[in-house]
Design a binder for this molecule. Structure first.
Ligand SMILES: [Zn+2]
Length: 415
């Protein structure tokens, strides 16, 4: 098993041009005294939308690490893979996020559920978990109900893990994700889920539950911060407890998906990590693509022209682009300015509308979210887009690095 360090942070690089600029942010943090492992993640869905191959993520990351002489661990995450999509990731990934959210709630055989409950009488008794004030009290019936809901998802995770091990060996990091579903998982449910995953002998290092509240793409968290803090803290305690009692790796930690731009959560997470000594993995992805558009707008000339065109096209295709992400965006269409108006904006004005500085009067979260889900437009432009990234490398890289460092890594790990 490859061990994931205490702190790790996922970055997406949709067009494989920003790995060095992203790595520069981790260097800045390391110079300030905190080493965080970069994990380049890209899901099968994103590869499909763009028409890229998983090997391109690994190649870009490896080149950045070599060019900048990054001396610390780094990883390439096959994000949200399933049995039917994992194969093309095997050769170039060393981190696998096994997504079994679709199998949550599929009815398990009653005999299998009963056997699990019988193997785990401890779960039906009061469980006192260090770090959680309230003793967890699940009746045998509620253990059976939770196991019934998650058993097939966890068995499927086991099947996918064994497929990865057969094809790739076990020198990898394994995450299981259950975030892309409707209902959040409570800490007692997480305990049962971890017991189920441990039975599959998955060397689980990160688990991505669905947390309470809304994790919209590219904008801040919407929800009850007090409730989130309680839940996050309890989940941290459950992970440590489950690692110890069910033989999961000591490095087991929480993974926060759609973690970019969740500015109000970072102090909460930082406090919890400092208090408990726990680690965390936090994934971001599309926030870097938005910085590319901001950089092109700032660059002016052909870059600005393309940034305006991307907006106009996205506005024309708002239904198509928003559909796959409907549950993770909140766009008020009356707040999307017409293309003619945006065409009259200067580069800095357009950049300010997209850049996530909530206190800036020109910031427009609706424009930002629309562009967040519209990266297919850039793929459509092919080399016209990527040539402009190269031609304006410095200004784009500055946006990418500052965004990852100033708005993400620093508040999350330094305060
Ligand atoms: Zn996710």
């Amino acid at each position: 098993m490859k061990t994931l360090p205490r702190f790790s942070f996922g970055v997406g690089d949709r067009f494989a041009h920003e790995a060095e600029a992203q790595l520069a942010a981790f260097e800045r943090l390391a110079a300030a005294g905190v080493v965080v492992a970069p994990v380049w993640n890209k899901s099968n869905r994103e590869h499909t939308f763009i028409g890229s191959e998983p090997a391109s993520v690994q190649a870009a990351a490896a080149a950045a690490v070599a060019n900048r002489k990054w001396p610390h661990p780094w990883f390439v995450d096959a994000d949200h893979i399933r049995l039917d999509t994992v194969d093309r990731f095997l050769a170039s990934s060393d981190f696998f996020t096994i997504d079994v959210a679709d199998s949550i709630g599929k009815p398990a055989q009653p005999a299998d559920v009963a056997a699990f409950v019988a193997r785990h009488p401890e779960l039906g008794k009061p469980v006192s978990v260090p770090g959680i004030a309230k003793v967890i009290r699940l009746s045998e019936d509620s253990v059976a109900a939770i196991a019934g809901k998650y058993l097939l998802a966890c068995r499927e995770a086991g099947e996918i893990w064994r497929h990865i091990r057969a094809g790739r060996g076990d020198d990898v990091v394994v995450e299981v994700s259950m975030d892309e579903t409707d209902a959040p998982q409570t800490p007692p449910q997480l305990l049962v889920i971890l017991a189920l995953l441990a039975e599959e002998k998955i060397p689980l290092q990160t688990i991505a539950p669905k947390f309470t509240g809304r994790f919209n793409k590219g904008v801040d968290y919407v929800g009850d911060l007090v409730q989130f803090e309680q839940e996050f803290s309890d989940d941290v305690a459950i992970c440590a407890f489950a690692a110890k009692h069910y033989g999961l790796p000591d490095s087991l930690k929480l993974s926060v998906h759609s973690g970019s731009d969740k500015f109000s959560l970072y102090p909460v997470i930082r406090r919890t990590l400092a208090r408990t000594g726990a680690g965390v993995h936090l994934k971001t992805a599309g926030t870097t693509w938005l910085e590319e558009v901001i950089g092109l707008a700032e660059a002016g000339g052909d870059g600005l022209a393309l940034a305006r065109e991307i907006y106009a096209y996205a506005l024309d295709h708002v239904d198509e682009f928003c559909a796959p992400y409907a549950s993770v965006i909140d766009i008020d269409r009356t707040r999307l300015p017409p293309a003619a108006e945006v065409n009259g904006w200067s580069g800095p004005r357009l950049a300010a509308a997209i850049r996530h500085v909530p206190t800036c009067p020109d910031f427009n979260p609706h424009v930002r979210q629309l562009l967040h889900v519209s990266f297919k437009v850039a793929a459509k432009h092919g080399t016209r887009y990527t040539d402009l990234l190269v031609a304006n490398r410095d200004v784009v890289a500055r946006q990418v690095t500052d965004n990852i460092y100033d708005r993400h890594l620093k508040p999350l790990f330094l305060g």
